[in-house]
Ligand binder design. Structure first.
Ligand code: FAD
Length: 296
């Protein structure tokens, strides 16, 4: 099933992001966790991809096993930074062979290690080139792209960031998923600016449940996202007690999701961090809401 059809269905839904193992030795445990999450029947699951192709094999393996075992639609991520055209075309061919219908087309991060390497074999500078490549290869792919309510760190300003985002949707991205947001107002303001700039595709907000205090610093470092004082107080007060912090983090994420639903967003993407217990707790909290269409 294509994700755009899920998004156009108007039923309240949740999707989860998982990441593949980095090493063969952790394949089985990661696969077990992702299949447990799939068993809760989210609307779809996305499987991330290591920039530079590090975990490329496992992205497809995990995506295939989710589709096969639980019939949950999957969104396979693909990055293009540091790749040659030949490598990207090979990956696209493998995706087609695996029956992947949904691809998240990303540039990937320019890590300090990558910055130091020789770029002569790099055929891609930006995600838009990958979107074009996917559209040319098979116009039937449903394509997602990334967006940043708090501006991509390399962008000089939001206007320019949104201009490049519009280029991605004009090139064929069917929907957008946001970087994690902890303050829904930032998402709603961003949506207003996107619509004003003529970006009309569905936008899925990304929510990261913070379930332990150590995650906070890493999440901010990775995403640059703003942490509202309300959330900081939760971490300050409950952070030293793991069980309380987990419960409070799940409650905070659930509260954000309910607010998004109540303001017209029908699918929310949860960065589940391969944690089935967290995914289940959020789904349980929303059990009387999920699957309903409040527009009818
Ligand atoms: P782009 O859209 O190419 O944008 C990158 C920067 O270049 C932006 O500042 C943009 O404004 C600018 N830009 C775009 N076009 C032009 C142009 N023509 N001229 C000048 N500037 C331009 N990383 C992974 O490695 N694996 C993953 O699986 C993964 N999944 C992600 C999922 C989501 C939902 C998000 C939000 C991010 C994900 N990332 C992942 C991280 C992502 O790869 C990085 O944020 C990366 O730095 C940018 O990727 P992009 O696709 O947004 O790039």
């Amino acid at each position: 099933m294509k994700i755009i059809d899920i998004l156009n269905d108007h039923k309240m839904s949740l999707s989860f992001e998982v990441f593949p193992p980095k090493k063969e030795t952790s394949f089985e445990s990661v696969q077990a966790a992702t299949l447990e999450i799939a068993g809760y029947k989210p609307s779809f699951m996305s499987v991330t991809y290591g920039a530079g192709g590090g975990t490329s094999k496992y992205t497809l393996e995990i995506a295939k096993s989710i589709m096969r075992s639980h019939g949950v639609p999957t969104l396979a991520h693909l990055t293009c930074v540091s790749s040659s055209r030949e490598t990207v075309r090979h990956q696209i061919a493998l995706m087609k062979e695996a029956g992947i219908k949904n691809v998240m087309a990303l540039r990937g991060d320019l890590t300090p290690e990558l910055e130091k390497t020789d770029r002569s074999g790099w055929d891609y500078q930006y995600a838009i080139q990958l979107i074009r490549e996917l559209r040319e290869t098979d116009n039937d792919f449903c394509i997602g792209a990334a967006c940043y309510p708090e501006i991509h760190p390399e962008s000089p300003d939001q206007k320019e960031d949104i201009r490049h985002l519009k280029e991605k949707t004009d090139a064929g991205a069917d929907f957008l998923t946001t970087q994690m947001v902890f303050d829904n107002n930032l998402f709603f303001n961003f949506m207003y600016k996107l619509r004003e700039a003529g970006v009309t595709v569905p936008v899925i907000p990304g929510i990261m449940p913070i379930t332990n205090a150590n995650q906070v610093e890493r999440a901010i470092k990775l995403s640059g996202s703003f942490m509202p004082q309300r959330f900081k107080s939760i971490v300050d007060y409950f952070g030293h007690d793991p069980a309380s912090m987990k419960q409070a983090g799940i409650a905070y994420a659930t509260d954000q999701i309910i607010d998004l639903y109540a303001n017209g967003i029908t699918n929310v993407h949860v960065y589940s961090m391969n944690k089935p217990d967290v995914a289940k707790a959020i789904m349980d909290n929303l059990s009387d809401i999920l699957g309903k269409d409040f527009d009818r």
